[in-house]
Design a protein. Sequence first.
Length: 440
Amino acid sequence: MAQSDPRRAVPRTDVLMGHPDLVAAVARHGAATVKEAVRSAQSLARSGEIAPDDVLTAARAMLPSRSTTLRPLLNATGVVVHTNIGRAPLSDAAVDAVVAAAAYLDVEYDTATGARARRGRGTLEALRAAVPAAGDALVVNNGAAALVLATTALAAGREVLVSRGEMVEIGDGFRLPDLIASTGARLREVGTTNRTRLADYADALGPETGCILKVHPSNFRVEGFTSAASVRELATLGAPLVVDIGSGLLHRDDLLPDEPDATTALTDGATIVTASGDKLLGGPQAGLVLGEAATVERLRRHPLARALRVDKLTLAALEATLRGPVPPVTDYLHVDRDRLRARTERLATAVSGEVVAVEGRVGGGGAPGLPLPGWAVALPEECAERLRRGQPGVVARVERGRCLVDLRCVPPARDTDVERAILAVRAVLDVRGVDRPSGD
Ligand SMILES: *Cc1c(COP(=O)(O)O)cnc(C)c1O
């Protein structure tokens, strides 16, 4: 082979891997990822697409910018708890707690005695302090796990009484009846889709009853000729009463009048309340179990509890959410409308968009149909895809042929990032002659 063959000049893998930049990259991304970038860069040089001298630069450019393929996104949809983009964003306090919990820590260890201690006791104390109506608390992996644990421990091999109007699908094809059936309990439906009375439960109650389950139909509403038995009524029947409130509100929120909360359900007589940690509570993915101490203990002792237990990162984030500052989800729900309007107007002016009135949503199976009035910047529909794919990705809402950028769920400090992202997209689209939105 001739000495001038550029392939001969391509730097060797071991030489490249010894370069300080790539040594640092190995510490950050792992050797396999860095080697893959090096090999790709070498093959570009071998095929003559880049000069041999540029292999190092090309390899560096091919390294991922972070160590996960998960891409952070800005939520400009106006949907506060958006399951597809990670439900609840954590507060800074919760993020700090997660980082601290990444190391060794006393998650189930007593530093005074050197003996084993109750796992996540600080988190459970925080939960009990936040909901004094609960005799005890337990945290599992998610809301579905909390429900499965409760029905398994109370009703495996026996019956769970549920209203036909509450046989819900919780999303992505997962249906409540299937979930309960998987626990070995038999589902006994009572009432009809639109009306279920206390007497319907009373008629079905018997020695086979393991528990009564009341599920908040959080992602839909039945309107018109409807009735349902209340928690207070169901509690009079004497069977263990499990109430799945779904969204994780611990106390009533006047903004969400139809959303059940744990404290009210417990004071109304629920034996156990189950809920998600990453919906309206605004914390990490988790399943909360709150209720009567002896029943919570029964759940804790069930063998399944071990398979559903949460990890230390979750315990840390949940404790910080409960004890710390108001989480972003709460801020976004209760956003100051004048301030939101001012931010929206500023953005509209900067990007030559138009301010339009919109309705945000709670989302994540919470308060279906409840509008959250606000504003958005309307852009041509074509902007939406480019915004999503940008850096950072901005997820806007597409509605009636327009791309709507709603700042409700964007941290105010990131408004300028949204602005820059839109300007970059507009610069490309304006060159291509895409129309500005018409003034409607
Ligand atoms: C969301 C929801 C669930 C499931 O909770 P995950 O935390 O998503 O597992 C169960 N029941 C109700 C009523 C819900 O709203």
